[in-house]
Design a binder for this molecule. Structure first.
Ligand code: NCD
Length: 360
């Protein structure tokens, strides 16, 4: 069973195939209008969403399939205390593929262990958001014609912004990439991602304190929203929420070919006056999200056979080890649900198999 839990679940060839398939779907939508006829997508959204959920829905309908699900966990049995594992097992009986968004980190991994159908991670807490990254890759490819040799500024909430986490990972599959990390110290990237870039032969990085300092030689400026909902201390949120704002004055210093991306929603971090600049690609980016999700659903369904779950769960990956110790991350799904404690070796480090937090 192939799930899609993190960007690295596809190698470079897989990512390029998916991008080519999306391009074909954009060019010839009618060719795919019945490609998933008779199939059902379940969208299980435990956290708010506009673009991600609706683009998944629109994607499945454009493939001739249908969609069931919930957009508010309070209206489902989750409000009665049902676990991710049980919900997933039940949905496996009804649908053919699941797209899950959850506020707990590692929730999609947990779901995949109990699912008889493919699970797509549509965002898990502050951890990862791989289908947004697919959208970003398709957009960069369409706008700039390449995914190698890029200098990418990522700006704003690098600590809690899951889209940035998946984006950085994805680029380890491409060549000659430099990330410029633009954030306040309190919003800086989690240490494990810094470590991954340090040991990567394809990705380098440097740090900048302002957009002004970085914008002059970027190919892509990736803006993000400060993730209010992830802060334990709202005073800290108030202090940093307006630290970085992209304005027309700053855009004057940017190269003519640079593009501005943002996963959206935006709050204050891009001034409305930037929207009319040709280099502002974030609305085109949101449009691309539908097509890359069409390609992903099509691809996963093509390769999947429903699995019989009787007596067979949880299904653990070979590289995972059971351990007595629980994960130290309070936001990890394994802390709030009755799941086995699972650990995996990542280089020299031993990490939680759900949320990737390092063992203390
Ligand atoms: C992002 C998310 O949910 O992480 N939005 C999205 O999926 N397009 C970014 C955000 O909420 O700031």
């Amino acid at each position: 069973m192939q799930h899609y839990l993190e960007t690295t679940d596809f190698d470079r060839e897989g990512l390029e195939k998916l991008i080519a398939l999306s391009e074909d779907m954009i060019a010839q939508p009618r060719k795919y209008a019945k490609a998933c006829e008779g199939k059902q997508l379940a969208t299980l959204f435990y956290e708010p969403s506009t673009r991600t959920r609706l683009s998944f829905t629109s994607a499945m309908l454009s493939l001739g399939g249908s969609v069931i699900g919930f957009s508010d966990a309070q209206s489902s049995s989750v409000s009665k205390g049902e676990s991710v594992a049980d919900t997933t097992r039940i949905i496996s009986e009804y649908a053919d593929i699941i797209a899950m968004r959850h506020y707990k980190e590692g929730a999609a991994v947990a779901a995949s262990m109990y699912s008889g159908i493919p699970v797509i991670n549509a965002g898990d807490g502050a951890h990862a958001h791989p289908t947004q990254t697919l959208t970003d890759l398709l957009t960069i490819h369409r706008e700039l014609g390449r995914l190698d040799e890029l200098r990418i500024g990522v700006c704003g909430d690098l600590k809690y912004g899951r889209t940035v986490h998946s984006l950085i990972r994805a680029f380890s599959a491409f060549k000659s990439i430099e990330f410029v990390l633009i954030s306040t110290p309190s919003l800086s990237l989690p240490p494990h991602l810094i470590e991954e870039m340090r040991t990567s032969s394809h990705v380098r990085f440097r740090v900048a304190a302002s957009i002004d300092e970085a914008i002059g030689d970027l190919d892509v400026l990736y803006m993000t929203r400060v993730q209010r909902e992830r802060f334990d201390d709202l005073g800290e949120y108030e202090r940093v929420k307006d630290a970085f704002v992209l304005t027309p004055a700053l855009m004057e210093k940017a190269p003519q070919k640079m593009i501005v991306l943002h996963p959206l929603p935006r709050v204050n971090e891009i001034s409305g006056e930037v929207d009319n600049d040709q280099r502002a690609a974030y609305f085109r980016q949101a449009g691309n999200g539908k097509y890359i999700r069409m390609a992903l659903i099509y691809q996963l369904l093509k390769n999947s056979n429903r699995e019989d779950l009787r007596g067979a769960v949880p299904r653990l990956a070979e590289e995972w080890e059971r351990g007595a110790e629980q994960c130290a991350n309070e936001k990890c799904v394994s802390r709030s649900e009755n799941l086995p404690h699972l650990w995996v070796k990542v280089g020299q480090r031993c990490c939680c198999a759900y949320c990737e937090c390092e063992k203390k």
